[in-house]
Design a protein around this ligand. Structure first.
Ligand SMILES: CC(C)(COP(=O)(O)OP(=O)(O)OC[C@H]1O[C@@H](n2cnc3c(N)ncnc32)[C@H](O)[C@@H]1OP(=O)(O)O)[C@@H](O)C(=O)NCCC(=O)NCCS
Length: 317
């Protein structure tokens, strides 16, 4: 049996200092007496003490995720309004799902310190008050002058954790566990991150479908990680385009358009948040629970990631 998942706390990112500070700390650590410890810091200048804010940059391309999202919006002709409409709908779906109780049995209640008197029972990220007008007023973050990616149409930085248990069907049967869903196939793919870094779903998705012996038409529900609205709309364009499939996958026809009523039924990372290490397990769990509710069907779960990576999973009931 395997427990798969992760936790991220983006409200408390590690703050980095430059190499001079690292070296001084190492010298101080090795020093035998207080005077030597103090001398270890003598070479530091005030500018060395300025912390470097954490940046979500991809080491191979040097681009931040937000810059990659801007590049994809530009190169794929995705305008600001389409991104804002996508983000608004993501919030509406997440708010609606919470109201209908979809997440009730899926989300753990958390007792909040230091006195542990308050218990959080609900996600704080979905915004019932969001409107298209409010989204349209937000300033672009990653390209302040010409950009279209804002705090509203990007996934927010959040804290979160998720976990799932995986096992062979025989093991589940022997131990008396009722599986929520079965993994039919999975795939990872990579692309040049300096091109359109967050196109992973359009590469890993078709590979996982081929391995499952299925096409998009056979899939009942899709959960695609919403890093940014521009990344979602770029991938959706690719899934539905014959030209894209010919050029980038060497296939005769499109992977298959993803119908709106199959996609991210309960919102996605834009409205639920994206604690990096937890998102994959969160998506797989929501889709497994959806198949359990329907007691039938197949789901495609897919993500993009830094480094131009893509992941995809085909689940079935
Ligand atoms: C975009 C980003 C920089 C914004 O960070 P931030 O400025 O701290 O974001 P905030 O939540 O404070 O939002 C900024 C403003 O937008 C507003 N806003 C955000 N979402 C909104 C929405 N849906 N509707 C209306 N207003 C919204 C906030 O209320 C806030 O307004 P205020 O300044 O008046 O309080 C950050 O979320 C980010 O880096 N996201 C990308 C994460 C990423 O790279 N993921 C990797 C994907 S693979």
């Amino acid at each position: 049996m395997v427990i798969a998942g992760g936790a991220d706390s983006l409200s408390k990112p590690p703050i980095l200092y430059n190499d001079n500070v690292t070296e001084a700390l190492m010298r101080a650590n090795a020093a035998k007496d207080t005077a030597s410890k103090l001398r270890a810091f003598a070479t530091l200048r005030p500018k060395d003490l300025a912390p470097r804010p954490p940046e979500l940059a991809d080491i191979s391309s040097g681009l931040t995720m937000g810059q990659a999202a801007e590049k994809m919006a530009r190169e794929n002709g995705i305008d600001r309004e389409s991104q804002d409409i996508y983000a608004l709908e993501s919030h509406q779906k997440a708010v609606d799902a919470w109201e209908k109780g979809v997440f009730n049995d899926e989300v753990m209640h958390l007792h909040i310190g230091p006195d542990y008197e308050h218990t959080a029972t609900k996600d704080g990220i979905p915004r019932p008050e969001t409107t298209l007008e409010a989204l349209a007023k937000l300033r672009p973050v990653f390209d302040r002058r010409y950009g279209t990616v804002t705090a509203g149409n990007a996934s927010p930085l959040t804290d979160g954790a998720a976990a799932i248990i995986l096992m062979e069907a025989d093991t589940a049967e022997r131990l008396g566990f009722a599986p929520l869903a079965f993994i039919r196939a999975w795939a990872f793919a990579g692309l040049d991150p300096s091109w359109q870094m967050l196109m992973g779903p359009a590469f890993a998705g078709p590979l996982a479908l081929d391995r499952a012996g299925l096409t998009m038409d056979d899939i009942d529900v899709v959960d695609m990680h919403e890093a940014f609205a521009s990344q979602m709309l770029s991938n959706l364009q690719a899934f539905g385009s014959d030209t894209w499939a010919k050029r980038h996958l060497g296939r005769d026809r499109a992977i298959g358009a993803i119908a709106d009523d199959k996609l991210n039924l309960y919102g996605g990372s834009i409205s639920i948040g994206h604690p990096f290490a937890a998102t994959g397990a969160r998506q797989a769990l929501t889709m497994a629970r959806e198949l359990e509710r329907r007691d039938a069907g197949t789901a495609l779960v897919t993500q993009c990631a830094a480094g131009g990576l893509g992941a995809a999973l085909v689940l079935e009931r």
